[in-house]
Write a protein that binds this ligand. Structure first.
Ligand code: IVH
Length: 671
């Protein structure tokens, strides 16, 4: 029988494993196990801790899971105020900042550290004997709010420090920026809209709003992230340079932004600022500039601070990517779920290097909030999203002939009924045969992460729907050469290519198919989880709501949505016809029978960016074929898949003689 002592040991072992995987996943972005495997470990730990609660410690990974609603947040006085930064808006101001620093340095050599200025909100994390004791918001800089339980839900916040304590002492304070990744921000807003709540205006508001949520369960579900940027031991700085502190933070288990540079002159800083400005759209988080800090902590102490900001640091702010233009019209688009999205058609204007002629207005409530009318001059901004948004109406430019806009009472495409459920923000066309919805569904079905039917774009789908060639995605597999050739501007060769593409799409993975069906709340990752769990479309179709809800990564909303989708007779018929057409509806065929040998039991390491696949996708593709993805290259590694900007792992692979595949070769291997 297991003794309390042996359970205690097992608990500790599990925690170590989980911590390691958390760091691989959240900090290094190099997971070794699937999310499901991770959840299993966590579940096991929870169970053991429930059996032997005396072993529960505040740094246990189970303590990240929120739930305990706090009653407001207690106030905490910062030991050292959390200052803000003086801003420079152009190169001259940055040079002036350098000159002030040079003067204060009195001839001593100056080095700067340049870092990205992450657009989130700052937090202070206190560690006592390596354990996270407290998380405090910035508040007014002097007094903040204690949000420890919420901070614990942020996976990139280590609950226990890993690096050596003797370098820094027993009491450590780490400061950093909490943010919401762009991808999560968009999803959060979509969910809020569906639940009838107002959208967050930008990722910073979303991060701030989330961190101050009283229910840490909600915080946990929103997936905040953190970049650490400052280290204090009591009131002093433990290292001689800021650069060393950043490296220590990384070793201690924090995410420190990799885009940082030690600069020997202000010219090098300027170079960094310019380079990052061209790259800023490529990051999964918003930045609004670069922070420049004097590297020597001794000089930092000497320079000191004003009431508001340190003299040893400054922010170089990028120009806001905003412009003013006129709203020429407001049109309404119908998405594949029938959702009506009003869009402002704008007088074309140059914004951050591209000509913008449309901006989203999201929904009727947003139009009301902005008070926007046709003919208004508006301020627009290009933020994290693909399409810019309207920030506000410039009322001083109103002439009185602007027209109010009303959401249509009928679907502008099919004339069908519009329904806006009580408490919902989104209005939808509920007609079963709406051509716009059908078009959206077909385009989604053919999209890259779904069945990847290249060449089946908007123009073609539009014509096919118009000519009643397609009722649903199942009809794609019945198209004939004659039918396709009969379309406008369609040469025989292109038609043949399209047919070949459609044929090829039959052997996509089950995860692609499940995603392609367009079930609400089922994104690519969820589709992959469902595919792996059930193994076939038939089994998935029969799964009860409870069975779906039982899957660790699947919540009730998804479970209900999936069940509802498969309860619809039209959808059941679609699945049947896809199967008859020869579309692969099982997982095993892909992996085991055809490409098993090349993947099964083999170890893969992913490094760099693959333009065609996200890390998740590549991992799912490898794992569903029986391969394993690990994080570091060793003699045991069979293949390194190297994308753009591959770094040290690629060098190591070459040294060890491990086979390196580029994206094209990987694609070939996948078949
Ligand atoms: S250093 C005294 N580093 O910018 C030093 N701040 O405008 C102050 N921020 O309140 C902070 N990224 O919330 C620093 N790499 C970075 C940062 C950063 C974002 C935020 C932080 C601060 C604000 C000042």
């Amino acid at each position: 029988m297991a003794t309390a002592e042996s359970i205690g040991k097992e608990i500790e072992k599990l925690r170590e494993q989980i911590r390691r995987h958390e760091e691989l996943y959240y900090v290094r972005d190099e997971p070794e196990i699937s999310d499901q495997e991770y959840d299993k470990l966590l579940e096991k730990l929870k169970k053991l801790e429930e059996e032997q609660p005396q072993f529960i410690t505040p740094d246990s990974p189970t303590q990240r899971v929120g739930g305990r609603p706090a009653e407001g947040f207690p106030e905490v006085v910062h030991r050292r105020p959390m200052l803000s930064l003086d801003n420079s808006y152009n190169i001259e101001e940055l040079l002036a900042f350098d000159q002030r620093c040079q003067r204060l340095a009195e001839g001593r050599a100056l080095e700067y550290v340049a870092e990205l200025k992450i657009d989130g909100i700052s937090i202070s994390l206190h560690y006592s004997d390596q354990i996270l004791a407290r998380g405090v918001t910035r508040g007014d800089g002097r007094i903040g709010e204690e949000v420890t339980q919420n901070a614990r839900t942020i996976r990139s916040v280590p609950l226990r420090l890993r690096a050596k304590r003797d370098l820094v002492g027993r009491e450590v304070e780490v400061r950093g920026e909490v943010f919401i990744p762009r991808s999560v921000f968009e999803k959060t807003n979509a969910e809020r809209e569906e639940q009838g709540e107002a959208r967050f205006a930008n990722p910073r508001n979303a991060a701030a709003g989330t961190l101050r949520q009283l229910d840490s369960g909600v915080v946990a579900s929103r997936k905040l992230d953190l970049f650490a940027y400052d280290l204090l031991a009591g009131e002093r700085k433990p290292f001689a340079t800021h650069w060393e502190a950043l490296n220590w933070l990384e070793q201690a288990g924090f995410r420190v932004n990799p885009y940082r540079e030690l600069c020997s002159s202000i010219e090098k800083v300027i170079e960094f600022c310019n380079q990052m400005e061209t790259q800023r759209d490529g990051f999964d988080y918003e930045i609004d500039g670069v922070v420049v800090k004097v590297n020597s902590t001794r000089l930092q102490d000497e320079f000191g601070a004003t009431q508001k900001a340190p003299r040893w640091a400054g922010a170089y702010k990028y120009p806001a990517r905003q412009a003013t233009t006129k709203v020429l019209a407001i049109t309404v688009q119908i998405g594949r779920t029938g959702a009506l999205t009003p869009v402002a058609n704008l007088q074309p204007v140059l914004l951050a290097g591209t000509t913008v002629s449309r901006a989203t207005l999201h929904n009727a409530d947003e139009i009301k909030r902005l008070g926007v009318r046709i003919g208004d001059w508006v301020l627009i901004e290009k933020g994290g999203e693909v399409i810019p948004k309207v920030l506000k109406v410039i009322e001083s430019k109103r002439r009185g002939d602007e027209k109010r806009f009303r959401m249509p009472k009928k679907c502008p495409v099919c004339g069908g009924e519009i329904s806006r459920l009580e408490g919902e923000v989104v209005a939808r066309c509920v007609a079963a045969d709406c051509a716009a919805q059908l078009m959206g569904r077909l385009l989604h079905f053919a999209s890259r992460r779904a069945m990847r039917i290249e060449g089946l774009g908007e123009v073609l789908v539009d014509q096919m729907v118009e000519n009643k060639m397609l009722r649903d995605a199942g009809d794609l597999y019945k198209l004939t050469l004659e039918e396709i050739v009969s379309l406008e501007r369609m040469a025989k060769k292109s038609a043949e290519n399209l047919l070949a593409q459609i044929e090829a799409s039959k052997s996509r993975d089950l995860s692609n198919l499940v995603y392609a069906l367009g079930i609400r709340h089922v994104g690519y990752r969820t589709a992959a989880i469902l595919a792996r769990h059930f193994g076939s479309l038939e089994t998935l179709a029969e799964a009860s709501e409870a069975a779906l809800d039982d899957i660790p990564e699947i919540g009730l909303t998804v479970a209900q949505s999936v069940r509802r989708w498969f309860d619809d007779a039209g959808n059941v018929d679609l699945c049947r016809r896809l199967q008859i057409a020869g579309v692969r509806t099982k997982i095993e065929q892909t992996a085991r029978a055809t490409i098993d040998e090349r993947f099964a039991g083999k170890q893969f390491v992913l490094t760099g960016m693959l333009p065609g696949y996200s890390r998740d996708e590549a991992r799912v593709l490898i794992e569903s074929r029986g391969g394993r993805v690990t994080s570091s290259v060793s003699k045991k590694t069979d293949y390194v898949i190297a994308g753009d900007e591959a770094g040290s792992k690629l060098d190591k692979a070459t040294t060890l003689g491990v086979t390196v595949l580029d994206e094209a070769a990987f694609k070939g291997m996948l078949g």
